[in-house]
Design a binder for this molecule. Structure first.
Ligand code: ADP
Ligand code: MG
Length: 238
């Protein structure tokens, strides 16, 4: 299992510095949630970990290996986005196996990995369907399945449930928590929803305007917030 370490990470877009030197350790197997208001830098931080965005300064290690300049495919990560672009002309099974197929894995191995992901996500009866014939929650499960088939050490989720209705969000939260228990991978999960953070996290990282305000377990942050911002965000009693 791989942990993730961020060392003095800075991000500038042109003249604007949006991440101001973030230090963070995510332990192997941990479910770490980034929370904070819109625009505080959650996605930018996650995209730098994924290698989809360059760092302006600082270093990123995954599994003890420095990957600051490494290509996304070399980092042992898979990312699940809020908008889960599935290929409409492919079946659920083909969508889930597509990444492996592109990387030249043999058919038998792809089929095995897709079956395993489908079992974990209870998608077996839907493998031959096209995305158009799925509900929103089922589609998001396929997007998660696509990440699982690649067998990453680290899963990155960027507000994966915010397009779903409230009832489905609750169901999918439990689903992702179960996935974490079952496969035990390190997960970093971005949300602006404090309920999601409280119910899912081993560790919560509260971000504000490109800085970390506080890091701790849900109970630590709720019971003992460092400042009013964290207290307000966690809904702590004042
Ligand atoms: P969050 O995910 O927490 O809502 P983001 O990481 O998307 O926040 O954005 C953090 C800050 O960086 C915001 O001020 C946003 O406007 C800015 N930003 C994000 N991406 C870009 C970009 N490609 N170019 C310029 N500014 C950006
Ligand atoms: Mg975002």
């Amino acid at each position: 299992m791989s942990g993730v370490a961020l060392e003095k990470i800075v991000k500038r877009f042109g003249d604007a510095e949006v991440i101001h030197g973030v230090d963070l350790t995510v332990e192997p197997g941990e479910f770490c949630v980034f929370v904070g208001p819109s625009g505080c830098g959650k996605s930018t931080l996650l995209r730098m970990i994924a290698g989809l965005e360059e760092t302006s300064d600082g270093a990123i290690s995954i599994g003890g290996r420095e990957v600051t300049k490494a290509e996304p495919a070399e980092r042992g990560i898979a990312m699940v986005f809020q908008t889960y672009a599935l290929y409409p002309h492919m079946t659920v099974g083909e969508n889930m196996g597509f990444g492996l197929k592109m990387n030249g894995h043999p058919k038998s191995e792809i089929s095995e990995k897709v079956q395993e992901a489908a079992r974990i996500l209870k998608l077996e009866p839907l493998l031959d369907r096209k995305p158009a014939a799925l509900s929103g929650g089922q589609r998001q499960r396929v997007a998660i399945g696509r990440a699982i088939t690649r067998g990453p050490d680290v899963f990155l989720f960027d507000e994966p449930l915010s397009n779903l209705d409230a009832e489905l969000r609750v169901e999918m939260r439990a689903e992702i928590a179960r996935l974490h228990r079952e496969i035990g991978a390190t997960m970093i999960y971005v949300t602006h929803d404090q309920v999601e953070a409280m119910t899912m996290a081993d560790k919560i990282v509260v971000l504000r305007a490109g800085n970390i305000e506080q890091v701790g377990s849900p109970m630590e942050l709720y019971d003992d917030p460092d400042n009013r911002f964290v207290a307000g965000f966690m809904g702590s009693p004042s």
